[in-house]
Design a protein around this ligand. Sequence first.
Ligand code: 4AD
Ligand code: MG
Length: 481
Amino acid sequence: IVDIKGGPNEGLDRLGQNLVVRGWVRTIRMQSSVTFIEINDGSCLSNMQCVVSSDAQGYDQVDAGFISTGASICVQGTVVSSQGSKQKIELKVEKIMTVGKSDSSFPIQKKRVSREFLRTKAHLRPRTNTFGAVARVRNALAYATHKFFQANGFVWISSPIITASDCEGAGEQFCVTTLIPTTEEATGSRADKIPKTEEGLIDWSQDFFGKPAFLTVSGQLNAETYATALSDVYTFGPTFRAENSNTTRHLAEFWMIEPELAFADLNDDMACATAYLQYVVRYILENCKEDMDFFNTWIEKGILDRLNNVAEKDFVQLTYTDAVNILLKADKKFEFPVKWGCDLQSEHERFITEEAFGGCPVIIRDYPKACILLGTAALWDIKAFYMRLNDDGKTVAAMDMLVPRVGELIGGSQREERLDYLENRLDEFNLRKESYWWYLDLRRYGSGFGLGFERLVQFATGMDNIRDAIPFPRSPGSAEF
Ligand code: 4AD
Ligand code: MG
């Protein structure tokens, strides 16, 4: 039994071998004397063309119409050179067996179908070329992530999914509940266990065995505790945000890579983020050639040139103040007007990386700690409480890495190590010090960043919508599969 991988196009060394191949039927063409069945086993993008004549054992199953697009089959045959122009070898089938039948109702037929439609068929979409390729490249990016950090002496830490603290202080947490009554008046023993407020309503905030608990928005604070014991560490796991954002860049559940560097400042952090991105991009260019060529042809023309540039060239670095000046001088009307102190919107971020710097990744640093609320004089905190205040008292040692099409790929900062400053910031954010006592215990000098893994997959494959960069997307209103 062999994988198709490397077969149809580079498999000339397999000529004459007798093989068993198993996979899922992509197409079947019945001609008068022979039937051509293209099967794919997920090991690569290419299909194996199987040529079945009526004397093959099991041919009656072809004749009976059991084998159509979507069926799973097992074939045995001899590798011969192919007359067709699409592949160098094919399998001359001696024996064919249907493992799972299919029929013409299989929803993903050969014709092109929209990505929106495929999102409603999340259980079947991995059987398409596009989603097979995205899954393999996503896997390679995950493998390369661990390779990079392990080779550089980082220790992987699993951060908890259930937590009481809100790392970003933005109140975007999902609440964890242990009991879900069908109605507020649920009766019997279950009702007694439901935590109630003084008014007798269900107290959702007290529902993790009597304590409030939420799904984590970031593993950073937990990673910091280990960085103050083991030096450089990283997390790589699922995180959750209860922001009702229906965009092509936001998910309610996404995976985040969060390295935490000990004894490091913002420059060390930016250097690490750059080296990491260049490493994983080089890794997929070298190891996922067939899939990357597919993206270059069918998903985003020119993605290979763009990624080659990312792997080789230095990234642009500029301060927030310089970025604002570039935007002010730009010959372009933005929907959100720009002035120093405004929060950069995705139209501004994309202008900087796509137009001002011709598609090169850009790292913007030293953001204002608070931003002017559009159209008012009110200030609101935009950067998180843990970011180190710069000497000017107005900006923080934070950085965002922006890339074309996706915008913000990475957000990071130098962490505030001065206890009094940190306590002040918690007050400014109205965050309860009782929930952060353990974090306050740790103060030391360090920095780190977070990278949204699906945005990386989006950037690396050219897929337009982040919902196509994760196997089962969670966004407002979608958690079916
Ligand atoms: O900028 P964010 O919110 O930063 C943090 O969470 C820090 N704790 C990171 C750190 O310093 N350790 O998120 C980091 C990255 C963003 O740059 C973006 O790539 C991704 O996470 N991200 C999302 N990806 C998909 N859907 C969402 N709703 C996302 N929110 C953030
Ligand atoms: Mg951010």
